[in-house]
Design a protein around this ligand. Structure first.
Ligand SMILES: [Zn+2]
Length: 89
């Protein structure tokens, strides 16, 4: 089976990281404004953008204070085993 991982920039910090597209925490973002719908972006245009584990840890205190669901702080790659993990860098 081919590798199931993807590589892309984190929505928050912009650094490329490897992730499992099925389990990575993500936020819907309106590509025209760069904003999530809850900050004024258009929900109809929004596409999910991944967030890296470091940024999930960084935003969770604010999400907890705001009463929002916390994002997973584990690396989505930890859920993959063997060849599904793809190449190490
Ligand atoms: Zn990040």
């Amino acid at each position: 089976m081919a590798a199931m991982t993807a590589i892309g920039p984190c929505y928050r910090c912009g650094r490329p990281f490897e992730f499992d597209p099925k389990t990575v925490p993500s936020v819907p973002v309106d590509p025209q404004t760069g904003l999530p719908p809850d900050l004024g972006g258009d929900a109809g245009r929004a596409v999910n953008r991944p967030v890296c584990p470091g940024c999930c840890r960084a935003v969770n205190p604010a999400r907890r204070r705001a009463g929002l669901a916390l994002w997973s702080e584990t690396d989505s790659l930890d859920n993959l085993k063997g060849q599904d993990r793809g190449q190490d860098f």
